[in-house]
Design a protein around this ligand. Structure first.
Ligand SMILES: [Zn+2]
Length: 154
């Protein structure tokens, strides 16, 4: 009897003082859905496929995906924020790499379920790329080259 009356009291307190509650804690399913949501764009899957075996700088991602720098940067930012991709600086270059190697098996499993053949899955991780100016693809690069020296439009 006592406990019910105190519950009722608490209830009236909370309803009379309406507080805007911050984000409620996520359920397990919401957390998992969030992960798929962060991967729900083809360009993000492409980025993860490019860096599945070795890190890549922005120039390499531009050459591999054929997207504009602005679009790539936006996806990289989202992937970094989600904790799926990390960066490492090496001289004038910032390299992006997988934050968690288990992403590879997640993507490979997704590819199998979607019936994508293995060569197609691995196509984007191929190196060197002839049209890519990055130091991994073209080690003979002039020392003043950096990803920033690429024309802004491409
Ligand atoms: Zn390259």
């Amino acid at each position: 009897m006592d406990s019910t009356s105190s519950k009722g009291y608490n209830h009236s307190m909370t309803t009379s003082h309406r507080v805007i509650i911050e984000e409620p804690p996520q359920s397990a399913e919401e957390s998992m859905a969030m992960l798929f949501d962060q991967l729900s764009q083809p360009a993000r899957i492409q980025i993860l496929l490019v860096i599945r075996e070795q890190p890549a700088c922005v120039c390499h991602l531009i050459a591999a995906l054929g997207l504009r720098q602005a679009a790539i940067s936006q996806h990289l930012m989202a992937l970094r924020k989600a904790g799926l991709v990390k960066t490492r600086r090496h001289s004038r270059f910032i390299y992006y790499y997988l934050a968690d190697q288990r992403l590879i098996s997640l993507i490979d499993t997704a590819a199998e379920i979607a019936k994508i053949n293995r060569p197609t899955v691995l196509r984007l991780s191929r190196r060197p790329l002839e049209n890519c100016p990055c130091p991994q693809c073209h080690p003979e690069l002039p020392p003043e080259f950096s990803c920033k020296s690429l024309p802004a439009s491409k």
